[in-house]
Write a protein that binds this ligand. Structure first.
Ligand SMILES: [Zn+2]
Length: 253
């Protein structure tokens, strides 16, 4: 029994250990610890310069792909030293130890995989690959970066714009990832929600499916969410603190 754990954290640990099947849903809050600003809560810095709802809009992209790449050249493809943080590391360790079935994430940064998580449902896609919006030809991240050099946007051999496999506003979510997440939510008996205010649908349907199937829910979020009343445990603490403490405790088990 990890004696140095505060009672509240001890309760989380006990609930995790006694659960039969745990699934997790993560949002921007787990990646702000890695230095990726959350455009919903952080209106300063990068999101003052770029209107996320505009640059990640598929209609805008089709007309003016360079607008997206003015942002992405520096803030996606130019980023270095972005490393997984406490929440990513904790969830990866839990999966490794057989405590976690998988993660549904609203994030597009790939940090869960980078920290070693294997089963990750990326509801909003990712930047690891791209495709031509005209002919559909696939490109790797490296190819995309290569074609972006000295060009306003990366273009396909057919001259069409190359777009990362991230879901833009106005595009359908990848049905497979969403459907699989709903299934996991309905089968789990404990849902861990981290760093999301649960206001974006259809991701917010995941806790709904879990709860209506009888699962318990631990909610880690700094601010109020529409699901607070349905949560069995609400943790407002900084994710760095609580995830760090839980990781230490799990490793000592
Ligand atoms: Zn093409």
């Amino acid at each position: 029994m990890p004696a140095n754990l505060p009672p509240k954290y001890l309760e989380i640990l006990e609930r995790m250990k006694s659960a039969r099947r745990i699934f997790a849903l993560t949002g921007a809050g787990v990646s702000t610890l890695s230095g990726i600003p959350d455009f919903r809560t952080d209106k300063s810095g990068i999101w003052e310069r770029f209107d996320q709802t505009k640059i990640f809009n598929i209609d805008t992209f089709r007309k003016s792909p360079h607008l997206f790449y003015e942002f992405a050249r520096e803030w996606i493809y130019g980023l270095k030293d972005i490393k997984p943080a406490a929440a990513h590391i904790l969830l990866a360790e839990m999966e490794k130890r057989g405590m976690l079935r998988g993660i549904a994430t609203q994030n597009i940064d790939g940090l869960h995989q980078e920290s070693g998580s294997k089963k990750v449902y990326e509801l909003h896609g990712h930047f690891r690959s791209s495709h031509c919006i005209e002919c559909g030809k696939k490109y790797s991240r490296e190819d995309t970066i290569q074609r972006l050099k000295n060009a306003p946007y990366p273009a396909c051999d057919c001259k069409g714009a190359i777009k990362p496999d991230v879901i833009f506003y106005g595009e359908e979510l990848p049905g497979g990832a969403l459907e699989a997440s709903f299934q996991e939510a309905m089968m789990c008996d404990l849902l861990i929600v981290m760093g999301t205010s649960l206001v974006v649908y259809p991701a917010a349907l995941i806790p709904r499916h879990a709860i209506s199937s009888g699962a318990k829910m631990i909610l880690f979020n700094k601010t109020w969410t529409p699901f607070d009343d349905a949560a069995d445990l609400i943790i407002r603490d900084d994710l760095r603190d609580v995830c760090g403490a839980l990781l230490d405790a799990i490793k000592k088990e």
